[in-house]
Design a protein around this ligand. Structure first.
Ligand SMILES: [Zn+2]
Length: 329
């Protein structure tokens, strides 16, 4: 039997949890679907990741309105992926005036945002069932410069005062993409990591920099967070749980890349690389949410990077399908 492409067979709704992690921080999580974070100040609210569509964002907005009536002034894009950014326009009616992203994310939206939108809409039909409410690409209005090591740049930092709570926003290094940005509420030790950290869910690495990712995770560990909203999976509370999520993600990334390097070193083709990688990944991660969706994209990228492709190749809806067909039995 042919496996349905990506998440096309995943049509069951997830249960959403909106929970308070600290005096000003909330997590919006959904059993492995993309998470968002919310930071509520006395004057303004910030949302970290906008959801996939404006229709979906309105659910998050309704939850925010149970705890604050302040303008949702800042929408942070932790990275460029469509399932996290295309809901952004819904916040304009709620007082949003700044769409915040890193320089890397801004450049990636220009370079591959259109292709990514089409590709992700086909990968995730449930998340994009209200795709007609998406007005187009989401363009950042407040871009944090720096952070590109190939240009010798130190990451720029933005500190936003929401009233009674400050949020630091910066890029801790390459990983899930080359533009990943986190939000860090230092006084309350709460970290919003985007897809740099996942827990008990697939770690999508199709656009990743696997070589650099582990060091980026260590930079996050050094913050000493007491709570974490990962990109996917439940919110983690307590330092031990935060470290568990960092370890989980690191193990995925390192296992995958080691297999990719082994496959490249033995001149395997991509299909053999997939079989080789499965031997190491299936027993550890095989049961987590969207594992089967992620693995073909992940193996493709690990194999490319191991063979020296530094800049991840752009996924298009066509390339998605070709790769998928080539890697199934
Ligand atoms: Zn992502």
């Amino acid at each position: 039997m042919t496996k349905a492409f990506a998440s096309q067979a995943d049509l069951a709704d997830r249960k959403i949890t909106f929970e308070q992690l600290s005096p000003h921080c909330w997590a919006y999580t959904a059993e492995g679907d993309p998470n968002s974070g919310v930071i509520v100040g006395e004057r303004f609210v910030m949302v970290s990741d906008a959801t996939a569509t404006p229709a979906m964002a309105r659910d998050l907005i309704a939850r925010i309105r149970t705890v604050s009536d302040k303008p949702i002034k800042y929408v942070l894009l932790t990275h460029y992926h469509a399932v996290r950014v295309l809901g952004a326009s819904a916040y304009f009616a709620e007082g949003a005036s700044e769409i915040v992203a890193s320089q890397g994310t801004y450049e990636l939206i220009g370079e591959r945002g259109k292709e990514d939108m089409q590709s992700e809409m086909e990968r995730f039909p449930r998340l994009f069932r209200n795709a007609e409410t998406v007005p187009g690409l989401t363009w950042p209005t407040l871009v944090i410069g720096g952070g590109d090591p190939t240009r010798g740049e130190k990451p720029g930092r933005l500190t936003v005062d929401l009233g009674g709570v400050k949020v630091q926003v910066w890029s801790p290094g390459w990983g899930h993409t080359r533009g990943d940005t986190i939000a860090w509420v230092e006084e309350e030790k709460v970290l919003f990591s985007g897809d740099l950290v996942e827990y008990n869910a697939g770690v999508y690495t199709g656009d990743a920099h696997l070589e650099e990712w582990p060091a980026t995770l260590e930079a996050l560990r050094a913050l000493g967070a007491q709570a974490l909203v990962p990109g996917r999976g439940e919110a983690m509370q307590g330092a031990a749980a935060v470290n568990q999520a960092l370890d989980y993600t690191k193990r995925w990334v390192e296992t995958l890349f080691r297999c990719g390097k082994e496959a490249a070193a033995s001149n395997m083709d991509l299909k053999a690389a997939m079989a080789h990688t499965r031997k190491a990944m299936d027993p550890v991660f095989g049961n987590v949410f969207i594992y089967e969706h992620c693995l073909p994209f992940d193996v493709s990228r690990a194999y490319d990077e191991a063979r020296g492709v530094k800049n991840p190749r752009i996924w298009t809806a066509e390339r998605d399908k070709e790769m998928w067909a080539a890697l199934q039995e």
